[in-house]
Design a protein around this ligand. Sequence first.
Ligand code: SAH
Length: 451
Amino acid sequence: MSQAKPRAPSTPHRQSQGGKDFRKRVQRDKQHTDKPAAQSVARVGSAAAKPCITLKTGREKSLQRRHPWIFSGAVDCIDGAPKSGDTVPVRDADGKFLAWAAYNADSQISARVWSWHEQDVIDKVFFRSRITSAISARRALGLLPSPAGGRGVGGEGARLIHAESDGLPGLIVDQYGDVLVMQLGSAGAEHWRETFADILQELCAPACIYERSDSDGRELEGLPKRCGVLRGTLPEKVEVIENGVHFAVDVAAGQKTGFYLDQRNNRALTGTLAQDKDVLNCFCYTGGFSLYALRGGAKSVLSIDSSQEAIQLAQANVELNGLDSSKAEWQCADVFEALRKLRDQARRFDLIVLDPPKFAPTAAFAEKASRAYKDINLLGFKLLRPGGLLFTYSCSGGISDDLFQKIIAGAALDAGVDAQIVNKLHAAADHPVLLSFPEGAYLKGLVLRVE
Ligand code: SAH
């Protein structure tokens, strides 16, 4: 059996179609600058043997720390010719059991762990228990519309399942009222697609389960994109109510699963600080931060996004909430260019939000992405009035907290401003981070106050 060429892994938690152009550019540039990736070819074991992955000597350490990914470079031998998506035992070089994992022949991540316990059987009962745990944990934390996931929930939203961080690699489920949107990002999750849909239907009885398996990460996993109704009927209008703010959600054609639930608390914070301010919201999507700012009494809100569809939905959302549209200005533009124009026009703001798409899906993209983050943040600092606030975010798995803070420090220095961090932000609690899987902490935010 031949091993497919390694592909870059990604954390498929916050995919955004909006970042594609940038990413293509990075990938193109990488091809010119990087040495060819080292091919790590696992030995082919006996096809007649029971399917099993055996690791190279000493490569069991990350699994022993309960990190759920097995990279192709750690694999010594694959026995039994498993197919992508099959569950296989993973063993150390001495044959000791380490985990049950879903195999993928087409990814640099050769397998993702379902369970650390040899006695576990990976079947519908197993997944029902995992999904129930994920939903119960959110209920216990007061994060779920009540009754959890059922009908008549008043249109509130929550992430019910957060992939690796909920022990379900590759499975994301977002709830918008009585519609569930499921996104599959790994061969293992793909294999259990119908089982997941059955369990969610049984546990949550939603009006619809819609599949949005079209994230960029699927390409890296060798999976084709697939979208459509899995169970029930998609209502003509889907709406989510978040802290009392109503958002129309385009489940079928919107970005990611239709809405960015991860920014819920951070949007609320922005709203509380927007009173009488001139606000600039860059990468506004369907108006998340803009709506909270308008509700919070902002003097004016300029919102920029490159997607015309997103801006149209954002404008409709202003109407939906009965907010004063005369205070809202919209630009369908590239933020990198728009910020330069605003600088040249000497426009100034009291509060700026920068919430760009994922510039660096992995660390390999970090250098190029760093330049992009620095560029927009430098311009952001220049557009702030003294005493102004910059809410700046990165949802790039390839950019660490430390690196992000360094980039922002460099941007402030080059902009010639002194700035203080007054808050550090992250995704809402329905996007938990498993301690053994730090990649789950993809969203980082800083609130900075300029002198
Ligand atoms: N802040 C939003 C989520 C932003 S997602 C919320 O709270 O809901 C990132 C957005 O950036 C997407 O809407 C995408 O269309 C937009 N985008 C991506 N690249 C862009 C660019 N170069 N210029 C302007 N918008 C861009």
